[in-house]
Write a protein that binds this ligand. Structure first.
Ligand code: C2E
Ligand code: MG
Ligand code: MG
Length: 663
């Protein structure tokens, strides 16, 4: 938002800049044109005026010359008619001269012109009587010699003085025209310089604006490039940049004949954190995990986030021999719990590694191989795995397993093992947990961890759950009919809780089997309840209303509070085996087990412990007041056909068979 306002402000300034430059250019153009027009007009006026004046002065000049010629001709001519004609010419040139002079006087004149004209007038006035007298003498007197003498000594000097002044006038006008030209040129030069100056200024402003705009555009382009190359949440490289780095690394490794590794890392319980503690905490965790990963590798190595909780590490110069050490180092950085307010969050991760050039030779291939290795690590319950071509096959076999699973559910390849649940107080078996197995025709017995995730992915969990429920209920009924007073626990998957039809289906199965709903416990993991709270709550409420017991499985591994669980229709908490198995050696786990039992009892819930492998654990749980337990100490999951033998013969199976349970 801030960025947007800023860029709007900049845009406005750039707009203002353009308008100013434009206005300046227009004003400049207009002023320049006005100056040019004015100078032009002035020049025209001066030129026109001077032309007329020069013409008039020239007329005066030639009239004087004509009069002088007429004066000289008069004494020579003998014919009186010719003399008259010459006198006429003399007089008419006088008229022309006067006319021209008067017109000149009526024009706008400079002071100097006026002074010269006044002087000419004065000279003319002085000369006029004498010249007139000489002319008359030339008409009436025959003494040529005397006349010529008078013309030379009296008339011509006067006449010359006037002609001289007219010449001065002409010269002055010539000078004035030249000065006007020079003025006009100077005017032009001034306008040109002004235009040039302002033009340069406008150009500089334009260039400044262009510079600002281009800098802004470059910066925005850089920002876009950064956004396009980095993950905004963690600041780590994103998929696009990782791809570039991978391509570059491949080029370098080709030249230098070195190898490098691509490690794909996936946080194991991130979704749970997000769902239970909220996205804000999830984001913080992703940021910190990214930071820790960066610190765990060398500065030259690249850490990228592909999205979600997936990170990729590009490890330069990786020698496969060093892989275990490096993988441990990477995973160790996530071992330390993350802290959010007073809560400490444990996160683990799975790592898959592929090597260049040993396994794949292109960027996509390397990422795909690392992905396959990572899933293999997850499946095998290991924290890291290096890609091998065999993993490809097991990946393909996942696909074939999915289609075989559909078949398996229908053709009874699935079977149930039952693990006894023993009550501490009465030291007797009170229930069984049904645990599904797949007797695969080629692969032998498969454990639920190997195919339940596939069933979830393939949308087969619904039919699988119904199959388990039906088989478990029919087993329970058969045991009841033989006098065993037991309850049956069946595991639900998170997906089952999204199925709003589930309560009806369970009701139908119960009705069909004739088992009382109170004898059925449905186990849901803590994370499954938290993951989709509103749907899960509706389904659980309905199941509870039907009288079915609900147990929270693997309790302690999620982040739900007991207070929150109390609001759910829950009857029992099943403490996760990881705490129980470690209870004797790890004080933290012992505290968790003790406080869970106490708090659950305070909230009116029953507690069952799983993973009891030692007598010491059993005894501790008895002292802590745990209601019941299951574990290898009392009994491993037992195949259906061996169940009755166990119930009859095991030391833990003091089952009351006195009263036959009537459904
Ligand atoms: P769970 O419900 O927590 O089941 C307990 C698991 O712990 C079982 O593994 C059991 O064999 C094992 N276990 C029991 N006692 C001990 C012990 O003392 N020590 C040790 N180390 N392990 C012990 P299993 O049968 O492999 O089942 C694994 C998980 O698969 C189950 O965990 C459950 O979440 C899931 N699962 C099993 N059957 C079904 C099913 O029918 N439907 C669904 N949705 N999930 C199932
Ligand atoms: Mg269970
Ligand atoms: Mg469990």
């Amino acid at each position: 938002m801030n960025q947007r306002t800023h860029s709007l402000g900049m845009g406005a300034w750039i707009g203002v800049g353009f308008i100013v430059v434009l206005a300046l250019m227009v004003a400049l153009g207009a002023t320049g044109l006005r100056y040019v027009a004015e100078a032009n007009q002035r020049l025209k006026d001066i030129a026109q005026g001077n032309n007329v004046k020069t013409e008039l002065a020239t007329v005066m000049h030639s009239a004087l010359r004509e009069r002088a010629l007429a004066m000289h001709a008069l004494p020579i001519l003998a014919d009186p008619f010719e003399k008259d004609a010459e006198v006429l010419r003399f007089n008419s040139q006088g008229t022309i001269y006067m006319g021209a002079r008067e017109r000149l006087e009526s024009m706008p004149l400079s002071r100097e012109e006026r002074r010269i004209l006044a002087h000419i007038l004065e000279l003319t006035r002085e000369a006029q009587p004498e010249v007139q007298a000489v002319v008359e003498m030339a008409i009436f007197n025959d003494d040529q010699q005397e006349i010529f003498e008078r013309i030379r000594s009296v008339a011509m000097p006067r006449q010359r003085a006037i002609t001289e002044q007219v010449g001065v006038l002409l010269q002055l006008q010539r000078e004035q025209t030249a000065a006007a030209m020079r003025n006009a040129e100077a005017s032009y030069a001034r306008v040109r310089n002004l235009m040039l100056g302002l033009g340069t200024l406008a150009l500089m402003m334009g260039m400044a604006i262009a510079w600002i705009v281009s800098r802004r555009v470059t910066r925005q382009a850089e920002q876009l490039a950064t956004q396009a190359m980095y993950d905004p949440l963690t600041g780590l490289a994103n998929r696009a940049l990782l791809h570039n780095q991978l391509e570059r690394e491949i080029e370098v490794s080709k030249r230098t004949h070195t190898s490098f590794g691509v490690a794909l890392l996936d946080l194991d319980r991130f979704k749970e954190v997000n769902d239970t503690l909220g996205h804000y905490v999830g984001d913080e965790l992703l940021r910190e995990a990214g930071q820790r990963l960066k610190e765990a590798v060398r500065a030259v190595d690249t850490v990228a986030r592909l999205g979600g909780d997936e990170y990729v590490l590009l490890i330069h110069d990786l020698n496969p021999k060093n892989l275990p050490v490096i993988a441990k180092k990477i995973l160790a950085c996530l071992d330390k719990p993350f802290h959010w307010k007073n809560q400490s969050i444990d996160i683990s991760a799975s790592l898959g590694v592929s090597l260049y050039p040993a396994q794949c030779s292109d960027a996509n291939g390397l990422l795909r191989c690392a992905d396959i290795a990572m899933y293999a690590a997850k499946r095998a319950g290991k924290d890291y795995a290096l890609y091998t071509p065999e993993l490809d096959h097991s990946n393909c076999s996942d696909l074939s397993l999915k289609s075989e699973l559909r078949e398996a559910i229908q053709s009874n390849q699935l079977s149930l093992h039952y693990q006894p649940q023993i009550e501490h107080r009465g030291k007797r078996v009170v229930g069984l947990e049904a645990l599904v197995r797949w007797n695969h025709p080629q692969r032998g017995f498969l454990k639920p961890d190997q195919f339940i995730p596939l069933a979830e992915e393939a949308g087969l969990i619904g039919p699988l759950t119904l199959w388990v429920l039906e088989a478990a209920l029919s087993q329970l009924l058969s045991l009841q009919q033989k006098g065993y007073d037991l309850s049956m626990a069946v595991n639900l998957s998170a997906r089952d809780l999204q199925d709003m039809e589930l309560p009806d289906r369970v009701l139908n199965l119960l009705a069909g089997s004739g088992v009382a709903p109170q004898r059925l416990t449905l186990e849901i993991t803590e994370s499954a309840v938290m993951a989709n709270t509103s749907d899960a709550l509706a389904v659980l409420t309905e199941l509870d209303r039907m009288g079915i017991k609900i147990a929270i499985d693997d309790f302690g591994t999620g982040y739900s509070s007991l207070a929150y669980l109390k609001r759910l229709p829950v009857d029992k908490l099943k403490i996760d085996k990881s705490f129980v198995m470690d209870m004797e050696n790890n004080d933290n786990d012992a505290v968790i087990v003790r406080s869970t039992i106490e708090l659950a009892h305070n909230l009116g819930l029953k507690v069952i412990a799983e993973g009891v492998e030692t007598r010491a654990a059993w005894d501790t749980l008895t002292i802590l007041g745990c209601d019941s337990s299951q574990g290898y100490l009392m009994g491993k999951p037992i195949p259906a056909d061996k169940l009755e033998i166990w119930l009859r013969e095991s030391a833990w199976s003091r089952v009351s068979t006195t009263a036959l349970y009537a459904p």
